[in-house]
Design a protein around this ligand. Structure first.
Ligand code: CA
Length: 357
């Protein structure tokens, strides 16, 4: 009996191997009933580029072809000819990954869709800057730095790892904490920003943002959100948050609701793994890129990378037995920039050398 069962199973597997590809072939024939993009793969283009898109109308009874970009109707062709050319300006919905979709309507009212992804990159080649150490200070090697920000001349730092996560006010000259508040061991602390008299702290995968009184470091409130929490900063109006992707989300500090999203791109690629953030005095967002020695300088209006800061010299001098470069803060009181890393032995005052390459 067992033998027949095994033979039966083998026949079923062979049958599936023959039949499934046949089904797929039939699916392929179906593609000829509607309009399709001539390009076969997803499309990569640039903000300032106009792409000539060719569309093949594959059946005689197609009454209407509609082109949607990012779910908005861009163009309609009624009684279309066999081939259509359309000059498409990709920058309309900004940088990042968008969808481009054709919907064909046939005589009998049935519709057919052909959808592709479009990746819109920046039209700017980023400048290359170098972070140069000007001064160095001790940094606690047990601090897995996730957030670094000055407020009224006081350095605030947040750290990660479950059981070791905290928010602290730091004496920069010694690296010691003047005041600190540990998080419950079920939370992995992430980025912080000081807004008004509050400190906001994200958590990595626990979907919770804690709100502290910035003077007492007592938790006063919390918000929940979807996805991961990585870096945080603010522009005086909105909280700006990273989640490990190329997206930065602007949130209302009172409600934590999403106001808008940008996708960060250079001229070559989307920049994922955006980590600790700082809102600079130049009105740009500075973001550590996780697992690299880089900080990218981002235009907050559109996500274009203006410059890439190479922090390799800091890694060489300050990392010790620590982890990656992470933590960037501008002190408006002294007009100086500071950078460090996770479990680094040093925190640096830095200057940015804007060297033409
Ligand atoms: Ca920061």
């Amino acid at each position: 009996m067992k033998k027949y069962l095994i033979i039966g199973l083998i026949l079923a597997v062979i049958g599936a191997m023959v039949i499934v590809p046949l089904l797929k072939d039939n699916g392929g024939d179906e593609e000829q009933i509607g309009a399709t993009f001539e390009f076969k793969e997803n499309l990569a283009t640039r903000w300032d580029e106009a792409v000539n898109i060719k569309i093949n109308v594959n059946a005689d009874d197609i009454q209407k072809v509609e082109l949607f970009y990012n779910d908005s109707l861009f163009q309609t062709w009624t009684q279309p000819s066999k081939t259509i050319s359309y000059l498409f300006k990709a920058g309309f919905y900004g940088l990042g990954t968008r969808s481009l979709k054709l919907v064909s309507t046939r005589e009998d009212g049935t519709t057919y869709e052909d959808e592709r992804m479009v990746r819109v990159l920046s039209d700017i080649v980023p400048e290359v800057w170098f972070a140069k150490p000007v001064n160095s200070y001790p940094h606690s090697e047990t601090s897995f730095t996730q957030g670094l920000e000055f407020n009224n001349g006081i350095l605030f730092e947040s750290t990660g790892q479950k059981g070791q996560s905290m928010v602290a006010q730091i004496d920069m000259t010694t690296g010691a904490s003047l005041k600190k508040m540990g998080l419950d061991a079920t939370y992995f602390g992430e980025g912080i920003t000081v807004f008004g008299d509050k400190v906001y702290q994200l958590t990595w995968q626990e979907k919770k943002c804690f709100v502290y009184n910035k003077n007492t470091l007592q938790i006063e409130d919390d918000f929940t959100y979807n996805g991961e929490g990585w870096g945080l900063c603010n522009d005086g109006k909105s909280l700006i948050m990273s989640d490990g992707s190329e997206r930065l989300v602007f949130r209302n500090p009172k409600t934590f609701e999403i106001e808008r999203t940008i996708e960060v791109c250079s001229d070559k690629d989307a920049i994922a793994n955006l980590n600790e953030l700082e809102y600079g005095p130049d009105g740009n967002i500075y973001a550590n890129v996780w697992m690299t020695n880089k900080v990218v300088v981002i235009n907050p209006l559109n996500g274009k990378v203006i410059a890439e800061i190479d922090g390799t010299e800091l890694v060489v001098q300050g990392k010790g037995k620590g982890d990656v470069l992470n933590g960037i803060a501008y002190n408006p009181a002294t007009k100086k920039w500071y950078m460090t890393g996770k479990n680094w032995m040093k925190l640096f005052e830095v200057s940015f050398d804007k060297v033409a390459i």
